[in-house]
Design a protein around this ligand. Structure first.
Ligand SMILES: O=C(O)CCC(=O)C(=O)O
Ligand SMILES: [Fe+2]
Length: 283
């Protein structure tokens, strides 16, 4: 064997995993469990009547979605801080090039069963969708989330994932509307969005709502089931992975935002795909 072939095999590109994550939108990490301490594990048995939202969340400043004694709220905050640090390290191990560009969003503790009926069809994450947050425009930045199944009884978390983003977008784009003149200024002035909703954000919300609202699509989509084992973690660009969460209790999740320019292959970003498909600048 020549020395050059040994060298070639021993030095994969440092962007190898980033490219894979960007191309496939989801990377499973079966051997990277997030382990709870015995004190942290007690939080799993919080009375779910104390949860006001589908999860307890922490945005770096305050815990939301839970009505509980202050000591419990403080423990949830500590857990979500620790998970956030772990999630960042997990992403950076996978994609070192993202290190300076990752911006942390919310972290959440998900105690309810993903199978439980939500408040509305729009909030129904059991239906296939790409993520877009009505009150949190990204302006084109990627939504990158780290999940960990922390189910204490060894139960999997069940998802479905469907077609690639571009195929999904081509299907629903013809039904979507553009922003109305002045719409983003009004939403922002009323405090309904944090920052301006761009054309890009409007299209992403449109895709989210159109897919969830289309029961024929939900039934006929060519989707693959994934069972994330207890102890498994996964990193997902949820703005491009067409996904649904069907079942499973006890997960942690941390959201990050990533500028398109930080990607190893920015052409795969939903912003760039939608710009190509619409022939317009969107952010
Ligand atoms: O809780 C989960 O496993 C994912 C649900 C989902 O689709 C989301 O939070 O956007
Ligand atoms: Fe989602």
């Amino acid at each position: 064997m020549s020395s050059s072939s040994i060298k070639g095999a021993a030095a994969p590109s440092p962007d190898f995993q980033a490219l894979r994550l960007e191309a496939e939108s989801l990377v499973r990490l079966p051997d990277r469990p997030f382990r709870l301490s015995p004190e942290e594990s007690r939080l799993l048995f919080l009375d779910t009547r104390q949860l006001r939202a589908k999860s307890a969340s922490f945005d770096g400043r305050e815990v939301r979605g839970v009505v509980a004694p202050q000591a419990v709220v403080t423990d949830i905050e500590s857990l979500l801080r620790r998970f956030g640090d772990w999630a960042r390290a997990t992403v950076v191990d996978l994609a070192p090039r993202y290190v300076d560009a990752l911006e942390a969003g919310r972290a959440s503790l998900r105690l309810r069963d993903a199978a439980d009926a939500p408040l509305s069809a729009r909030k129904d994450d059991r239906r296939l969708h790409v993520d877009a947050f009505a009150s949190q425009p990204t302006g084109g930045r990627r939504i990158l989330r780290v999940f960990a199944n922390i189910n204490p009884w060894g139960e999997p978390r069940l998802w479905r994932v469907a077609e690639p983003f571009e195929v999904h977008a081509r299907r629903f784009l013809p039904r979507l509307r553009d922003l109305w003149p002045g719409e983003s200024q009004i939403l922002n002035a009323l405090g309904l969005t944090r920052g301006r909703r761009t054309r890009y954000d409007a299209l992403m919300l449109g895709l989210h709502d159109a897919a969830k609202g289309d029961l024929d699509y939900q039934r006929e989509a060519n989707a693959t089931d994934i069972a994330f084992a207890a102890g498994e973690s996964w990193v997902v660009f949820t703005d491009s992975a067409v996904h649904a969460a069907l079942k499973g209790r006890f997960a942690l999740e941390q959201t990050f935002y990533l500028p398109v320019e930080a990607m190893a292959a920015p052409g795969a970003a939903p912003l760039r795909v939608l710009e190509r498909l619409t022939g317009r600048m969107l952010s």
